[in-house]
Design a protein around this ligand. Structure first.
Ligand SMILES: NC(=O)c1ccc[n+]([C@@H]2O[C@H](COP(=O)([O-])OP(=O)(O)OC[C@H]3O[C@@H](n4cnc5c(N)ncnc54)[C@H](O)[C@@H]3O)[C@@H](O)[C@H]2O)c1
Length: 362
């Protein structure tokens, strides 16, 4: 019988509640504490916990949680601009930490996180759910196994709904999020590095705020969210990658599509429905030889969040790392590099120019 891991969750808004719901179905996980300064968010967490809420200590400030919560692992699901402060309060605690993406809103803060994570005895993990969607994980494994031959091009598309309302409207401004290319797209830049197995050299991003949130005002100020962009990234190993982001395309059949094209074939993943499509090169006059298959996802994991089951599978891997049975699959360094690519894209879009990663010290 494996000892239970006692978890605390900091920030119990949308994503914090998704973590709670997934921890509730994770074997060997015991939720013992939650923290959030907003009473309504603590109530959402209690509602999600149901009968289990009685055994969970609720804190309305992170400082008391940091000193009093008796936990082995802490999930940070507070707004992006608070991640550094929350981690700062936990430095003296011998606990494993899973910090939601983006690791921070600036490269400087993300570097600080990397420095703090370096000498910790327990795992520090940057949450990057998209890696753990089963169809995406299968796509990545197939590309790494050589299914497309030598990878030359990687294209990622996310066509989705606009940013949702958040507690305190924190996601309306880049000063709180890092900007759309950091906040949202760090996922895709992380996937690029993971799939391409190289580091980015230069980034060009053309983006704008053209459709969403145009009439919104917060204390008289208009949101500064980019709602569409194209980003091209050159990697050191010669692979080209691009990201096509549109946040006014919620009617699209697929929210995410990734295509990896090598010298022998192309492989696509479509989410939903969770299918992979393999298209080997053929004589251009002959028939196509396309194969399509479906990657199943555990039903309970699918139902416990809005990330195609990813939050559950990521928690499985995080728990294995806590028990010393698996590696930290997404390090603080990975988190920093995804933030840096997002920051490069934001700068590129703002100044209408190519940004070399070396300019940013990476
Ligand atoms: N991986 C993903 O796919 C994914 C999806 C959504 C959100 N996220 C990340 O999760 C985090 C939370 O986002 P959300 O969508 O749940 O936002 P949210 O606004 O729904 O929830 C954030 C919660 O944090 C609380 N909070 C504010 N300041 C805090 C502080 N200093 N300490 C503790 N709690 C504080 C708020 O009261 C709120 O309840 C963000 O970093 C976001 O980028 C990740």
């Amino acid at each position: 019988m494996v000892a239970a891991i006692r978890y605390g969750v900091v920030g119990t808004g949308m994503m914090g509640v998704e973590h709670l719901r997934n921890l509730m179905i994770l074997p060997g996980a015991e939720i013992v504490a939650i923290a959030d300064p907003v009473a309504a968010s603590l109530d959402w967490a209690r509602a999600a916990l149901g009968d289990r809420a009685a055994g969970v200590r609720a804190f309305d400030d992170v400082a008391s949680f940091a000193t009093a919560a008796d936990v082995d692992a802490i999930v940070i699901a507070a707004p992006n601009h608070t991640h550094r402060d929350v981690v700062a309060r936990l430095l003296d605690r011998d606990v494993a930490i899973l910090c939601e993406k983006p690791l921070a809103t600036t490269i400087a803060d993300a570097r600080w996180m990397v420095d703090q994570a370096r000498d910790r005895a327990r795992p520090f993990w940057t949450a990057m759910e998209y890696r753990f969607m089963p169809p995406a994980a299968e796509f990545i494994a197939q590309v790494h196994a050589g299914k497309v031959g030598q990878l030359r091009m990687l294209s990622i598309r996310e066509h989705r709904f606009p940013f949702l309302p958040k507690v305190g409207d924190w996601n309306r401004f880049a000063r709180n999020t890092g900007g759309t290319m950091v906040e949202k797209c760090c996922h895709f830049f992380d996937l690029m590095r993971l799939i391409v197995r190289s580091e980015p050299v230069r980034v060009f991003c053309s983006g704008g705020r053209d459709v969403n949130h145009l009439d919104e005002r917060y204390e008289g100020r208009a949101p500064d969210i980019l709602d569409n962009s194209y980003t091209v990234v050159d990697f050191a190993n010669g692979v080209r990658a691009m990201l096509d982001l549109c946040m006014f395309a919620e009617g699209a059949e697929h929210q995410e599509e990734m295509s990896a094209t090598g010298d022998r074939a192309r492989l696509d993943v479509l989410i939903p429905p969770g299918d992979l499509v393999f298209s080997p090169r053929v004589d251009w006059r002959g028939p196509k030889a396309v194969e399509r298959w479906h990657v199943p996802v555990d039903e309970a994991a699918m139902a416990a969040g809005s990330h195609h089951g990813a939050t559950f599978y990521q928690h499985q891997a995080f728990a294995a790392a806590i028990r010393g049975e698996g590696p930290v699959q997404v390090t603080a360094e990975d988190g920093l590099r995804a933030v840096a690519m997002g920051a490069a894209a934001e700068l590129s879009a703002r100044e209408h120019r190519v940004v070399a990663m070396a300019e940013l010290g990476l």
